[in-house]
Design a protein around this ligand. Structure first.
Ligand SMILES: [Fe+2]
Length: 206
Protein backbone atom coordinates (compact mmCIF):
# COMPACT_ATOMS: atom_id res chain seq x y z
CA UNK A 1 0.00 0.00 0.00
CA UNK A 2 1.47 3.28 -1.20
CA UNK A 3 1.38 5.97 1.53
CA UNK A 4 0.23 8.68 -0.87
CA UNK A 5 -2.64 6.62 -2.27
CA UNK A 6 -3.83 5.72 1.21
CA UNK A 7 -3.85 9.36 2.33
CA UNK A 8 -5.44 10.56 -0.90
CA UNK A 9 -8.24 8.01 -0.48
CA UNK A 10 -8.85 9.44 3.01
CA UNK A 11 -8.95 12.95 1.55
CA UNK A 12 -11.57 11.96 -1.06
CA UNK A 13 -13.70 10.29 1.62
CA UNK A 14 -13.69 13.43 3.78
CA UNK A 15 -14.48 15.66 0.78
CA UNK A 16 -17.53 13.51 0.06
CA UNK A 17 -18.64 13.75 3.69
CA UNK A 18 -18.29 17.54 3.64
CA UNK A 19 -20.58 17.76 0.62
CA UNK A 20 -23.10 15.53 2.45
CA UNK A 21 -22.80 17.88 5.43
CA UNK A 22 -23.80 20.84 3.27
CA UNK A 23 -27.06 19.25 2.17
CA UNK A 24 -27.98 17.48 5.45
CA UNK A 25 -30.35 19.17 7.93
CA UNK A 26 -30.89 19.02 11.72
CA UNK A 27 -29.81 15.86 13.52
CA UNK A 28 -28.76 14.24 10.23
CA UNK A 29 -26.21 17.05 9.89
CA UNK A 30 -24.83 16.25 13.34
CA UNK A 31 -24.51 12.58 12.37
CA UNK A 32 -22.55 13.47 9.23
CA UNK A 33 -20.38 15.77 11.34
CA UNK A 34 -19.63 12.87 13.73
CA UNK A 35 -18.45 10.81 10.74
CA UNK A 36 -16.22 13.68 9.58
CA UNK A 37 -14.80 13.99 13.09
CA UNK A 38 -14.02 10.26 13.28
CA UNK A 39 -12.37 10.28 9.85
CA UNK A 40 -10.29 13.37 10.56
CA UNK A 41 -9.17 12.10 13.95
CA UNK A 42 -8.02 8.83 12.40
CA UNK A 43 -6.34 10.57 9.51
CA UNK A 44 -4.48 13.16 11.61
CA UNK A 45 -3.42 10.40 14.01
CA UNK A 46 -1.79 8.20 11.37
CA UNK A 47 -0.14 11.19 9.72
CA UNK A 48 1.24 12.59 12.96
CA UNK A 49 2.47 9.30 14.37
CA UNK A 50 3.78 7.63 11.20
CA UNK A 51 3.93 9.83 8.09
CA UNK A 52 5.08 13.23 9.39
CA UNK A 53 7.91 11.90 11.62
CA UNK A 54 9.45 10.38 8.47
CA UNK A 55 9.21 13.74 6.69
CA UNK A 56 10.63 15.94 9.43
CA UNK A 57 14.20 14.85 8.74
CA UNK A 58 14.60 15.48 4.99
CA UNK A 59 15.39 19.11 4.20
CA UNK A 60 12.92 19.28 1.32
CA UNK A 61 9.95 18.31 3.49
CA UNK A 62 10.96 19.69 6.92
CA UNK A 63 9.24 23.11 6.83
CA UNK A 64 6.07 21.90 5.12
CA UNK A 65 5.77 19.10 7.68
CA UNK A 66 5.97 21.53 10.61
CA UNK A 67 3.33 23.63 8.90
CA UNK A 68 1.13 20.56 8.47
CA UNK A 69 1.29 19.79 12.23
CA UNK A 70 0.13 23.36 12.92
CA UNK A 71 -2.72 23.06 10.43
CA UNK A 72 -3.81 19.83 12.12
CA UNK A 73 -3.92 21.67 15.45
CA UNK A 74 -6.30 24.28 13.98
CA UNK A 75 -8.53 21.50 12.59
CA UNK A 76 -8.57 19.69 15.96
CA UNK A 77 -9.52 22.90 17.78
CA UNK A 78 -12.45 23.48 15.41
CA UNK A 79 -13.55 19.83 15.71
CA UNK A 80 -13.59 20.05 19.47
CA UNK A 81 -15.57 23.33 19.45
CA UNK A 82 -18.07 21.91 16.97
CA UNK A 83 -18.56 18.68 18.88
CA UNK A 84 -19.50 20.58 22.05
CA UNK A 85 -22.79 21.70 20.45
CA UNK A 86 -25.79 19.42 20.63
CA UNK A 87 -27.71 21.12 17.86
CA UNK A 88 -27.01 23.00 14.67
CA UNK A 89 -27.13 26.80 14.87
CA UNK A 90 -26.07 29.54 12.44
CA UNK A 91 -22.80 29.90 14.37
CA UNK A 92 -22.23 26.16 14.22
CA UNK A 93 -22.76 26.19 10.44
CA UNK A 94 -20.27 29.05 10.10
CA UNK A 95 -17.67 27.18 12.14
CA UNK A 96 -18.27 23.99 10.13
CA UNK A 97 -17.64 25.98 6.95
CA UNK A 98 -14.35 27.27 8.38
CA UNK A 99 -13.41 23.67 9.25
CA UNK A 100 -14.14 22.59 5.69
CA UNK A 101 -12.07 25.45 4.24
CA UNK A 102 -9.14 24.65 6.53
CA UNK A 103 -9.27 20.96 5.60
CA UNK A 104 -9.48 21.82 1.89
CA UNK A 105 -6.48 24.11 2.13
CA UNK A 106 -4.50 21.48 4.04
CA UNK A 107 -5.37 18.71 1.56
CA UNK A 108 -4.41 20.91 -1.38
CA UNK A 109 -1.06 21.77 0.19
CA UNK A 110 -0.36 18.13 1.01
CA UNK A 111 -1.24 16.76 -2.41
CA UNK A 112 0.32 19.55 -4.47
CA UNK A 113 3.44 20.25 -2.44
CA UNK A 114 4.22 17.90 0.45
CA UNK A 115 3.53 14.60 -1.34
CA UNK A 116 5.59 15.67 -4.35
CA UNK A 117 8.54 16.63 -2.20
CA UNK A 118 8.13 13.49 -0.08
CA UNK A 119 8.11 11.39 -3.23
CA UNK A 120 11.50 12.85 -4.12
CA UNK A 121 12.92 12.60 -0.58
CA UNK A 122 11.87 9.03 0.26
CA UNK A 123 12.64 5.74 -1.46
CA UNK A 124 9.85 3.67 -3.04
CA UNK A 125 10.35 1.11 -0.31
CA UNK A 126 9.94 3.73 2.43
CA UNK A 127 6.74 5.04 0.82
CA UNK A 128 5.39 1.50 0.65
CA UNK A 129 6.37 0.73 4.26
CA UNK A 130 4.82 3.96 5.55
CA UNK A 131 1.61 3.08 3.72
CA UNK A 132 1.51 -0.37 5.28
CA UNK A 133 2.21 1.02 8.75
CA UNK A 134 -0.55 3.61 8.39
CA UNK A 135 -3.03 1.04 7.07
CA UNK A 136 -2.42 -1.32 9.97
CA UNK A 137 -2.52 1.50 12.56
CA UNK A 138 -5.83 2.65 11.07
CA UNK A 139 -7.20 -0.86 11.32
CA UNK A 140 -5.97 -1.17 14.90
CA UNK A 141 -7.70 2.10 15.82
CA UNK A 142 -10.95 1.13 14.10
CA UNK A 143 -11.19 -2.38 15.49
CA UNK A 144 -9.14 -2.70 18.65
CA UNK A 145 -9.59 0.83 20.10
CA UNK A 146 -7.04 1.47 22.86
CA UNK A 147 -4.07 -0.79 22.62
CA UNK A 148 -0.36 -0.65 22.32
CA UNK A 149 0.93 2.67 21.05
CA UNK A 150 2.32 2.55 17.53
CA UNK A 151 6.05 2.86 17.02
CA UNK A 152 6.34 6.58 16.67
CA UNK A 153 8.25 9.57 17.85
CA UNK A 154 5.10 11.10 19.21
CA UNK A 155 3.51 9.08 22.01
CA UNK A 156 -0.26 8.88 22.31
CA UNK A 157 0.07 10.84 25.56
CA UNK A 158 1.90 13.60 23.75
CA UNK A 159 -0.74 13.51 21.06
CA UNK A 160 -3.52 14.01 23.60
CA UNK A 161 -1.95 17.13 24.99
CA UNK A 162 -1.21 18.36 21.48
CA UNK A 163 -4.88 18.32 20.66
CA UNK A 164 -5.65 20.16 23.89
CA UNK A 165 -3.17 22.93 23.52
CA UNK A 166 -1.50 24.52 20.57
CA UNK A 167 1.34 25.93 22.64
CA UNK A 168 2.00 22.50 24.14
CA UNK A 169 2.27 21.01 20.68
CA UNK A 170 4.65 23.73 19.63
CA UNK A 171 6.78 23.01 22.67
CA UNK A 172 6.83 19.32 21.79
CA UNK A 173 7.98 20.18 18.31
CA UNK A 174 10.80 22.23 19.73
CA UNK A 175 11.81 19.25 21.86
CA UNK A 176 11.63 17.05 18.78
CA UNK A 177 13.71 19.50 16.78
CA UNK A 178 16.37 19.79 19.47
CA UNK A 179 16.46 16.02 19.93
CA UNK A 180 17.25 15.75 16.28
CA UNK A 181 20.25 17.94 16.86
CA UNK A 182 18.83 20.80 14.86
CA UNK A 183 21.03 23.84 15.03
CA UNK A 184 19.93 27.01 16.75
CA UNK A 185 19.50 28.76 13.45
CA UNK A 186 17.34 26.02 12.00
CA UNK A 187 15.07 25.93 15.04
CA UNK A 188 14.86 29.69 14.77
CA UNK A 189 13.74 29.39 11.17
CA UNK A 190 11.20 26.74 12.20
CA UNK A 191 9.90 29.13 14.82
CA UNK A 192 9.43 31.87 12.27
CA UNK A 193 7.88 29.34 9.92
CA UNK A 194 5.50 28.35 12.70
CA UNK A 195 4.55 31.94 13.32
CA UNK A 196 3.99 32.45 9.60
CA UNK A 197 1.93 29.32 9.43
CA UNK A 198 -0.27 30.27 12.38
CA UNK A 199 -0.83 33.68 10.84
CA UNK A 200 -1.84 31.91 7.67
CA UNK A 201 -4.22 29.65 9.59
CA UNK A 202 -5.74 32.63 11.36
CA UNK A 203 -6.22 34.37 8.07
CA UNK A 204 -7.81 31.27 6.64
CA UNK A 205 -10.10 30.95 9.67
CA UNK A 206 -11.61 34.37 9.14
FE1 LIG B 1 -2.87 16.05 7.07
Amino acid sequence: MDAFNLLKADHRKVEKLFSELESARGQAKMRVFEQIKTELELHTHIEETIFYPALEEPKQTHDLTLEAYEEHDVVKKLLSELSRANKVSEEWEAKAKVLQENVEHHVEEEENELFKKADAALSEEQIETLGEQMASEKERMQTGKAGRAPSSKKSSGAKKSASKSKSASTAQKRVRASKKGASKSSSKSSASKRSRSSKKSTKKSR
